[in-house]
Design a binder for this molecule. Structure first.
Ligand code: PLP
Length: 452
């Protein structure tokens, strides 16, 4: 059964029109299928396999927890795994983000963070504070509220009428902004600040909507696949913080993709010297061994709930799950004891320097990112940055070509104008070596040659 394809078998596959190699083993940065073909996991799946494949420590910790006690409900009991995991994350989180609410996926964490923001204002009698402001491009998940906050129109196609309205402002996306991400307008394009990349467009939106109606602003501190790892300028989030403080708007940092060390610090936001009001993490905190996510909140928010209704109204059967928390705890302790965040910081510049070799391909318009996170933006014309026509499906075809070359990448589309725009994301395990980065670049390059 080396290849599997719908409608053979009984799996409702993620895509119903392609064949799936059957992966039987993973080791370090590599995956192996039933035919013995090797794949370099250049994107850690979907930015998840940060520790590398084939570790036994995390699964062992989960098995020990399952044998001790597999499940208790968070309304009645607490347990050692959740206590220790919360303490570990509180110690790592920036500023006063000292309380951890655990869930299973990034979408759930975003959903919960947005609901927490609304409940926080409601419990203080500020019931009009209900609007969410989010960036375009931007992605925050696929459940209905998280999808509403996401500017990924192709994911919304069949769900119009169910999604809530979210106020959208343009993301600081240097490659496609006239200011080049500096936040300053050059002499040719009018004096003063660029409202988008300086962050002042957020204040304009809050004032337009009425600060008394805005509950929260949510953003990825370093862009994920939506902007292809676009890195906002150094002052962007300081400005965001000032604006949110001035208008009593909660700032939610969505670290589901960029957090857990990926950009070279535990959280991506801490490199901006800013503490958000709420922070979500997922993906990498379980390293792929445990599907676990978290909302980190400060006491100034949790106390409002404690002194008000007494409970965050977001009941989920598996929140604070012992086995997931034991897995997350083991993964985070592994990251710490193996100094993988430091390794990510050290390897980041090497990785980005080696990726520059891809610029020899005409289709590569830009390469950007931070730490072991990179986005390669493809264009039809480099000089004008014109994207490929969408019907060409460049990003999707490239991802298949890369798999054929034995390289897992993560494609995304639509970042140029909501429809057009092609990207490949790279986010290898933090343990990747220099020869493995060279091999990644070689396979990426070979995949681009296949696209000619
Ligand atoms: C920034 C961000 N937030 C939230 C999510 C949703 O996470 P999940 O797919 O685990 O639900 C993602 C997923 O890609 C993400 O990149």
């Amino acid at each position: 059964m080396p290849q599997s394809r719908y409608p053979e078998g009984h799996v409702f596959y993620r895509k119903l029109n392609r064949s799936y190699p059957l992966i039987v083993r993973g080791e370090g940065c590599f995956l192996y299928d039933a035919d013995g073909k090797q794949y370099l996991d250049g994107s850690g799946g979907a930015f998840v396999a940060n520790l590398g494949h084939g570790l036994t420590e995390i699964g062992d910790a989960m098995a020990r927890q399952a044998a001790k006690v597999a499940y208790v409900n968070g309304t009645a009991f607490t347990h050692e795994a959740v206590e220790l995991f919360a303490a570990e994350l509180a110690a790592l989180a920036p500023g006063d983000l000292d309380y951890a609410y655990f869930l299973g996926s990034g979408s759930e964490a975003v959903e919960a963070a947005l609901k927490l923001a609304r409940q926080y204002w409601n419990e203080q009698g500020k019931t009009d504070k209900r609007k969410i402001i989010a960036l375009r491009p931007g992605y925050h998940g696929n459940t209905i509220l998280a999808l509403s906050a996401s500017a990924r129109e192709q994911y919304k196609t069949y769900y119009q009428g169910w999604l809530v309205e979210v106020v959208r402002i343009p993301a600081p996306y240097a490659y496609r902004c006239g200011c080049g991400g500096s936040g300053e307008r050059g002499a040719g394009s009018g004096a003063g600040h660029c409202p988008v990349c300086s962050g002042s467009v957020l204040e304009e939106a809050i004032l337009r909507e009425g600060p008394e109606t805005v509950a929260a602003f949510i953003a990825e501190p370093v862009g994920g696949s939506s902007t292809g790892a676009s890195v906002p300028g150094p002052d962007y989030f300081r400005r965001v913080r000032e604006i949110c403080d001035r208008h009593q708007v909660l700032f939610i940092a969505d670290e589901v993709l960029a957090g857990a060390g990926r950009t070279g610090t535990w959280s991506a936001i801490e490199q901006y010297g800013v503490v958000p009001d709420l922070m979500t993490m997922g993906k990498g905190i379980g390293g792929g061994y445990a599907p676990v996510s978290v909302v980190m909140a400060p006491r100034r928010i949790t106390d409002v709930i404690a002194k008000g209704s007494g409970a965050f109204l977001h009941a989920q059967t598996f929140s604070h799950h012992p086995v997931l928390c034991a897995g997350g705890l083991a993964a985070v302790r592994y990251i710490r004891s193996h100094r993988l965040v430091e390794r990510c910081a050290a390897m980041g510049p090497v990785f980005h320097q080696k990726l520059q070799a891809l610029k020899k391909h005409e289709a590569v318009g830009d390469i950007r990112g931070r730490g072991l996170l990179a986005g390669v933006e493809f264009v039809e014309d480099r000089a004008s940055r014109r994207p490929f026509p969408r019907k060409k499906k460049f990003a999707e075809s490239f991802a298949e070509a890369a798999l054929a070359e034995g390289l897992m990448t993560w494609p995304n589309t639509g970042q140029a104008d909501g429809d057009q725009g092609d990207l490949a994301m790279l986010a290898p395990p933090f343990i990747i070596t220099e020869p493995e980065i060279d091999e990644m670049v070689r396979r990426f390059s070979a995949a681009l040659d296949r696209m000619k």
